[in-house]
Design a protein around this ligand. Structure first.
Ligand SMILES: NC(=O)c1ccc[n+]([C@@H]2O[C@H](COP(=O)([O-])OP(=O)(O)OC[C@H]3O[C@@H](n4cnc5c(N)ncnc54)[C@H](O)[C@@H]3O)[C@@H](O)[C@H]2O)c1
Length: 272
């Protein structure tokens, strides 16, 4: 019996596309990998941690190949070499979820150390730049269109005790707008997503714990109270799920958003 059903672009909007995901060993990266695979994409997964190799085995689905590699997004040469090597092997990503990120230390700005500020900016801003430019150069050389989604954060509004992280995510939003303008003539769209409180997951747990441990007038000193305070600041009165972030990313990666570029999509339950 043959399967002559034609692919439905609404059901599998990434059929025929290859998606590169950075930070793919993390919570949002993994969830988005699954959603993109279900949407028909071939996947290229990258992370600084070896755990990324196990993510390919975890993904369900029947078909398209999943390739994995380890690189540090702050290492421009390593990023370029990995993407070029994949492209030379016929694995050229035309969609990028530029998602690797690091929250940094939690402290009043007066107690922050510049080494950690540099590290946060290096991963969250220079890293996003490195992957975006390596990806775009390869596509431009091949004369192919592409789509980028950068992971920013509602922290771009400047949460207490997170000076470097907030600044880094504000920079991601600005970099996204510039990249959208600069790359529009080359047929590459660039948008960002800004999740607010997303859980369950490592970042939710870490921020609840560290905001409770860091003295401030904004948060209580127990994790239960801090979690309640955070959720209480969200109009929808819950945190978002990993799948809700992944679905927003899928929309921006797919042709369903074909006339949208330079936009930051809040995945925040109404939190500003
Ligand atoms: N979870 C949230 O509540 C939340 C909210 C807003 C924004 N974000 C952003 O979403 C993205 C994903 O976060 P997550 O919640 O999945 O966190 P996570 O810690 O589970 O995943 C982050 C991933 O990035 C990888 N990574 C870190 N530094 C790297 C580097 N130098 N090179 C390559 N990979 C590196 C980590 O190994 C990890 O696998 C991050 O950019 C984060 O800032 C998360």
């Amino acid at each position: 019996m043959t399967n002559d059903r034609q692919p439905n672009p609404l059901e599998r909007p990434l059929e025929g596309h290859t998606v590169l995901i950075t930070g793919a060993a993390g919570d949002i990266g993994r969830a988005t990998a699954q959603v993109c695979r279900d949407a028909g994409a071939e996947l290229l997964l990258a992370d600084v941690h070896e755990a990324v190799h196990g993510v390919a085995d975890e993904l369900s689905g029947d078909g398209s190949p999943v390739a994995t590699t380890v690189f540090d997004v702050t290492d421009e040469d390593a990023v370029t070499a990995a993407l070029r090597s994949w492209a030379n092997d016929g694995l050229m990503a035309d969609r990028l979820f530029n998602n690797a990120g690091y929250q940094g230390d939690f402290a009043n700005i007066i107690d922050q150390r510049s080494a950690d500020v540099r590290r946060v900016l290096d991963i969250n801003v220079v890293g996003v730049f490195n992957v975006l430019t390596a990806f775009s150069r390869i596509l431009i050389e091949a004369g192919r269109p592409g789509v980028v989604v950068n992971t920013a954060s509602m922290a771009h509004g400047g949460p207490p005790n997170m000076a470097a992280y907030g600044a880094s995510k504000a920079a991601v939003v600005a970099l996204t707008k510039t990249a959208a303008k600069d790359l529009a003539p080359m047929n590459i769209r660039v948008n960002s997503v800004s999740p607010a409180f997303i859980g369950p997951g490592a970042m939710w747990d870490r921020q609840v714990q560290l905001q409770a441990e860091t003295p401030s007038q904004y948060f209580a000193d127990t994790e239960t109270e801090v979690a309640d305070q955070m959720i209480g600041s969200v109009p929808m009165r819950r945190y978002g799920s990993l799948q809700e972030v992944a679905q927003a990313v899928l929309f921006l990666l797919s042709d369903q958003s074909s006339y949208i570029t330079g936009f930051d999509l809040h995945v925040s339950g109404g939190a500003l």
